[in-house]
Design a protein around this ligand. Structure first.
Ligand SMILES: CC(C)(COP(=O)(O)OP(=O)(O)OC[C@H]1O[C@@H](n2cnc3c(N)ncnc32)[C@H](O)[C@@H]1OP(=O)(O)O)[C@@H](O)C(=O)NCCC(=O)NCCS
Length: 145
């Protein structure tokens, strides 16, 4: 599945009181990337059902360029798991840091806003197969509660 990239420059209006990037800003960019990835796969409207394991590994700085990379890891029925990885780049130095990772569960909706099944994912390559296996295991764990 091709990766979707949402790229945003972090401006002073995106700061939290500590002067680094507000987490909700990063979450919104990730949600946008996950929604595009899921919507392209489903060719339908999608809703975010769950944000799972959002990791804030280190702060992003004002002035950084954030890139949110999203790809569908696995399809279950009407729901899909989308993996998102965020990198913050200091464009003055070229330094790139992995700041966040998350899994989004997105649900495809039909014209009546009811969940609808989506096409199977065509997976090839060792990495993609591993991500699919791991996503299926996480889905089982989510369903067990
Ligand atoms: C997500 C939503 C569409 C699910 O609708 P629903 O009528 O509860 O649907 P179902 O119980 O039939 O579940 C549909 C699928 O979603 C999955 N799902 C529903 N809630 C979930 C949750 N909290 N976590 C993970 N998966 C979930 C189900 O497992 C099922 O998956 P499957 O079809 O792959 O087996 C509905 O709860 C909703 O509209 N929530 C609000 C979404 C929203 O406002 N998001 C923010 C803005 S986009």
């Amino acid at each position: 599945m091709p990766t979707v990239e949402v790229v945003r420059r972090m401006l002073p209006s995106h700061a939290n009181p500590a002067g680094t990037v507000f987490g909700g800003e990063i979450l919104a960019a990730c949600d946008e990337a996950a929604g595009i990835a899921a919507g392209r796969h489903a060719r339908a409207r999608v809703a975010t059902a769950k944000i799972d394991a959002m990791e804030f590994l280190e702060p992003a700085q004002i002035g950084d360029v954030l890139t949110c990379k999203a790809a569908v890891n696995a399809v279950f029925g009407s729901s899909m798991e989308v993996g998102v990885r965020v990198e913050a780049e200091n464009t003055l130095t070229g330094d790139v840091r992995h700041t966040n990772s998350a899994y989004f569960v997105m649900v495809a909706l039909d014209e009546d806003a009811k969940p609808m099944d989506v096409p199977d994912l065509e997976v090839s390559g060792e990495d993609a197969l591993r991500r699919q296996r791991e996503a299926e295991a996480r889905n089982e764990a989510r369903r067990r509660g």
